[in-house]
Design a binder for this molecule. Structure first.
Ligand code: MLT
Length: 407
């Protein structure tokens, strides 16, 4: 009989958010009279910006006319979108990123998951704890770890994010080849300062390592001192790949559009010690395994960069940040310490209790869904993540219910 990829057996039985959804659906089915408010998975609730909708409609109409119909587009994305990204997300912040260093895709999740394929099997990994589970799980699937013992995989350097370091891990004492970083952070909502990011870039340059920098939540940064891109740090073009998404910036979780920046100046070595272009490898992978994002979706993403789109997406992120502020203030009033919520849509609450027990308590007593910190790693124990993605009405109701349940 054909054999399975046994690395999958090292994984937890189900993906964190699938596990939570199963528990919540079971609760909802058993208690149809108690409506549940979901502040768990970070999924947007507000309608798409008007500018995006108009672009989506117009592009859809183009697809219905012989003269403007389009079949396969460039795998890497249409020039109009890559040029707008390069100009607005990078040149405007003083970062050097060329349009042909941008690869448009259908999600930062897929890109973060797939990127490891182009690196050696024995690449040494450094991964934060707590962490967005995709970085870790995809490397487990690829066979880069040993077994999971007491919640940790052998062969990984874990970068602990704790109250003691403000949930921003320092560089490790030993070497690593591939380092996953995410700021504003999912799940903690913590942000990294310029000096902290500069230390990571210096570490990567010294160790000839690569930083995999996930900045899917950069649109939530309001503190002008906090970098939005790793390329704001001098020297990062030789050591970093950056992942971005329209999901949380413009409400595209249901449309699917994101992009990855791979500078042409980034190299990794082959077995003979010769430097090879990482851009060329990713381009090879992308063109082989991906056929591009739908034209109307790319037009909708392009509309984010129009004057109206910029105003409307800013209003959208301001709205969720308004929710985040309410959540942050409410949990502090209840006597908990927390981070996040000011430059990020997540609030990381230090509950000081078992995180799954706290999750169950909020679900059963308040019918509010949060995400148990332990689901993101050992250092997440004692914490829960509350997402600001919901309507104002639901957030206000959830906070009242939580206060009543914990009284
Ligand atoms: C989350 O809740 O962590 C995110 O929604 C997951 C994702 O973006 O894939």
């Amino acid at each position: 009989m054909i054999r399975i990829n046994e690395n999958y057996q090292k994984l937890k039985a189900s993906y964190l958010f699938a596990d939570i959804a199963r528990r919540v659906n079971a609760y909802a089915a058993a208690h149809p009279d108690r409506p549940v408010i979901r502040l768990g998975i970070g999924d947007v609730t507000e309608p798409l910006p008007r500018a995006c909708i108009e672009a989506l409609h117009a592009a859809t109409d183009e697809m219905g006319q012989r003269a403007t119909f389009r079949g396969y587009g460039p795998e890497q994305g249409y020039a109009f979108l890559r040029e707008a990204i390069a100009q607005h997300d990078y040149a405007a912040r003083g970062c050097e990123v060329a349009p042909d260093e941008i690869f448009v895709s259908d999600g930062a999740k897929c890109d973060c998951a797939n990127i490891q394929e182009i690196f050696a099997q024995d690449a040494r990994l450094a991964i934060p704890d707590p962490v967005y589970p995709v970085y870790l799980d995809t490397n487990v699937m690829a066979g880069r770890t040993g077994a999971n013992v007491d919640g940790r995989y052998a062969g990984i350097t874990y970068l602990d994010s704790t109250p003691a370091n403000g949930y921003v891990p320092a560089v490790p004492p030993g070497p690593a080849d591939l380092i996953y970083l995410c700021f504003p952070n999912n799940p903690t909502g913590a942000v990294a300062t310029r000096a902290q990011l500069a230390a990571w870039v210096a570490y990567a340059r010294e160790n000839r390592a690569i930083l995999l920098y996930d900045s899917a939540y950069e649109a939530y940064i309001r503190d002008p001192q906090i970098p939005h891109s790793i390329y704001e740090i001098p020297g990062a073009r030789e050591v970093a790949i950056e992942f971005r998404s329209f999901s949380k910036t413009a409400g595209f979780t249901g449309l699917r559009c994101a992009y990855t920046v791979v500078p042409k100046t980034l190299q990794a070595s082959d077995a003979a010690g010769q430097g090879q272009s990482v851009h060329a490898l990713w381009n090879r992978r992308h063109t082989t395994k991906f056929n591009g994002v739908a034209y109307p979706i790319q037009r909708a993403a392009g509309a984010v960069y129009t004057a109206a789109g910029q105003e409307q997406t800013r209003a959208l992120t301001d709205f969720y940040l308004g929710n985040a502020k309410l959540i942050r203030e409410a949990v502090q009033r209840l006597g908990f310490t927390c981070v996040g919520g000011d430059n990020a849509p997540y609030i990381w609450v230090n509950t000081g209790r078992d995180s799954w027990e706290f999750f169950d308590l909020l679900l059963s007593r308040a019918q509010v869904v949060c995400t148990p910190g332990a689901g993101f790693g050992r250092c997440g124990e004692g914490h829960v993540r509350i997402s600001a993605f919901n309507s104002r009405e639901n957030v206000a109701a959830a906070l009242e219910r939580i206060a009543a349940a914990l009284r």
